[in-house]
Ligand binder design. Structure first.
Ligand SMILES: [Zn+2]
Ligand SMILES: [Zn+2]
Length: 139
């Protein structure tokens, strides 16, 4: 099975995951804007049992998602980079594609929460866009 590795800015926290993500999405929700300092988060959705931290221990920040279930942000306590968010309602990690060692390996398959995007957001032309989530996801 293919293995992917990534790390934070300072290198104190590293992770890996195995196999292909179940989804890859640009998320334009307000929380993603806040923690990326950008118009979107590029998340690779990796089942919890396929993902592990291999170096260091991340700090945590937990907030409630739209689902009412916890979103556990995992970030480096030294450099502050967010590596992934555990989406407990779906039992997966949304891994920050930007933190992969080789982040050319994936492209977004959809754009979600576009109704929360700022006016200056940039959307890829060739993928489906959803104001919140695609039907059947996140209910
Ligand atoms: Zn770091
Ligand atoms: Zn988001």
């Amino acid at each position: 099975m293919k293995k992917y590795k990534g790390k934070c800015s300072c290198g104190n926290v590293e992770y890996c995951f195995e196999g292909e993500p179940i989804n890859s999405a640009f998320c334009y929700c307000k929380e993603c804007q806040t923690h990326t300092g950008s118009d979107k988060w590029f998340g690779l959705w990796v089942p919890v049992d396929k993902f592990k931290f291999t170096k260091g221990t991340p700090s945590n920040f937990t907030r409630l998602g739209d689902s009412g279930k916890d979103m556990n942000h995992q970030f480096c306590g030294d450099c502050g980079a967010t590596l992934c968010v555990e989406v407990t309602v779906g039992n997966f990690y949304s891994v920050a594609a930007s933190t992969l060692d080789n982040n050319d390996e994936f492209s977004p398959q959809m754009a979600i929460y576009t109704s929360s995007a700022p006016k200056w957001a940039v959307f890829p032309a060739d993928i489906p866009k959803y104001e919140i989530l695609p039907p059947g996801l996140g209910d």
